[in-house]
Design a protein around this ligand. Structure first.
Ligand code: 13P
Length: 260
């Protein structure tokens, strides 16, 4: 067992409006409280749309909830004439701990290159945010290059200018597993997670040992335990199942299913 604190992160994507997000966070907090969830054994973070961050921050602060929150993206720039962009400075001011960077939907739908992802990782770190750096291969990549080559290359590119020891999280999300209902096997996730950890270890062994690596792609309550048994998988980045309170709470409480 590593001493890395497991992280279950819920990426809401473009779901849940203002009122729904407040209701969701309240219900999640009650459900986890009822279940006596111990946040010191599994950290829980939600990633609402930008427009909900302020109300989620307020609710968490007012009710002294142990939930963390973060954003789904940020600008590579700090301030200025970038219409529609959101600076890491603004996210830090809303008490965001984390920010998702380089999600495959940003890479494919919004043309984010490895260079853009690297500049966003740097921007997050400038403002004391912990980037959750997403990498993952498409089905074609898998067939052509095998399981680890593309995620490893993406991670190397994203971290090229990052100082070893920087606080970050890596998320392995195979594109073919996202929203498809067809998750990777725990074995596949472990194999790639180990290769990603080796990328960090090339730079700094202690950094590699301390950094959490998540799996994402069709994670649900029924399959989380298998991933969490793997030595290099330290949590999950959950999409669809993260906006269904009981399902997400059940994922958070995976230890019940693992029997530890
Ligand atoms: P699903 O859990 O819906 O497959 O989405 C995963 C994801 O993209 C999380 O960032």
């Amino acid at each position: 067992m590593s001493d890395r604190l497991p992280l279950i992160a819920g990426n809401w994507k473009m779901n849940l409006d203002h009122l729904q997000s407040i209701a969701f966070v309240q219900k999640l907090a009650w459900t986890l409280k009822d279940a006596r969830h111990d946040f010191s054994t599994v950290e829980v973070a939600v990633f609402p749309p930008f427009t909900d961050l302020r109300s989620v921050q307020t609710l968490i602060a007012a009710d002294k909830l142990e939930l963390r929150h973060g954003a789904q993206d940020l600008s590579a720039h700090d301030s200025g004439a970038y219409t529609g962009e959101v600076s890491g400075a603004f996210l830090a001011a809303l008490d965001c701990r984390y920010v998702i960077v380089g999600h495959s939907e940003r890479r494919t739908l919004h043309g984010e290159t490895d260079e853009v992802v690297a500049s966003k990782v740097a921007a997050a770190l400038r403002f004391g945010l912990v980037p959750i750096v997403c990498v993952g291969e498409t089905a074609d990549d898998l067939e052509t290059h095998g399981p680890s080559a593309v995620p490893v290359a993406q991670l190397r590119a994203a971290l090229e200018d990052v100082a070893p020891g920087s606080a970050l999280v890596v998320a392995y999300e195979p594109v073919w597993a996202i929203g498809s209902g067809q998750a990777a096997t725990p074995d596949q996730a472990q194999q790639v997670a180990a290769a990603l950890r080796a990328v960090l270890a090339e730079r700094d062994g202690a950094w590699a040992a301390a950094t959490r690596i998540l799996y994402g792609g069709s994670v649900k309550a029924a399959n989380i335990a298998g991933f969490m048994r793997e030595p290099d998988v330290d949590g999950a980045l959950v999409g669809g199942a993260s906006i269904v309170v009981d399902e997400f709470a059940s994922i958070v409480r995976y230890q019940k299913h693992v029997g530890v």
